[in-house]
Design a binder for this molecule. Sequence first.
Ligand SMILES: Cc1ncc(COP(=O)(O)O)c(C=O)c1O
Length: 378
Amino acid sequence: MTSAANKLVQAAPARDFLAPVFAQYPFEVASAEGVWLLNTRGERILDLYGGHAVAALGYGHPGWTEAINRQARSCNFQTNAIPMAIRVRAAERLVRFSQLDFTSVFFVNSGAEANENALRLAFRMTSRPHVAAVEGGFHGRTAAAGAVTCGSDSWYGFPRKPFDVSFMPRGDIGAIVEPVQGLAGAVDLGKPYVEALRRRCDEVGAQLIFDEVQCGCGRVGHPFAANLYGVMPDMITVAKALGNGFPCAALLTSAKVSATLGIGLLGTTYGGGPMACAAIEAVIEAIESENLLENVRRVSDHIRRTCIVGPVKASQGEGFLLGLRTTRPAKQIQAELLEGGILTGTAGDSHIVRLLPPFILQEEHVEMLRDALASLPA
Ligand SMILES: Cc1ncc(COP(=O)(O)O)c(C=O)c1O
């Protein structure tokens, strides 16, 4: 077991020119279809990790593939300075999908960039010098997003943080939050806490930002965690599932925040590019037309009911952002599952196996996971 665990995550061999900053899995993907990866040895691997929560529709989804091909044929890029119908459609589709009272969408390229812009708007609006973030939250690796990321001191790298930040224990009151924390190990902050955050921000005139980069766009079985809790934040940031692998992110702003926006206040070259917008439109179309939110809720229940076997003693999280609590180090279980052809993730919590599968996952796949777990030593 230990040798398998040691084999799983190792530094990239010095055989190419890629920056050696990622620990890598011991297999190479040749192609992928649905929820399956095919490695270069011709073996099939069930993907319950979805490229860090990105592959919402799985691989080779026909609607998404056709949408970006169609857009590439018609016009692959134009700047935000030139109007394009696809950009307007993607923004409208995202706001309608959210079922929340947002009035503007600013498209960017990554989760960190969305958070960076959200924080900038919050500072401008409140003139407050301080950000309260929640322990365990991960918000990205840029200057502001890294500053509000718990534990970033080990890699932050800049000589100083751009503003004051305090990290609240979960349960205390903060202003930028990951409502269902991903990297921490699928930790659901819970409705009463999130409601209390909203009340507190209103009392002190702070902006409430939900970082839904990982938990948003359907992953919790609702459009956003905000819907799950019934709490309206001032801003939501979203990425990952939003593009199904086409790089994109978005910042959604309430009417009050949107009213502060003006020409030149925010900017980006690639954000809102037509290819990204075609991907976003196709992702939302698929989630809605294929009832994927319902699928996520149903299959997530199935995982929680059937997979507490072998070395798994409990589950946590929401929808397809799930943590399986293990009796042994999660890295061991992850390595053993991979030897059996099932890809999972780990988390900051060393005893959590993290599942972030594509929204198209079915009960039959969960049964493969359950059987594999049941065959492992407890
Ligand atoms: C909750 C959350 N916020 C922000 C980020 C940063 O996103 P990106 O890597 O696209 O900058 C991540 C990435 O894992 C995340 O999980």
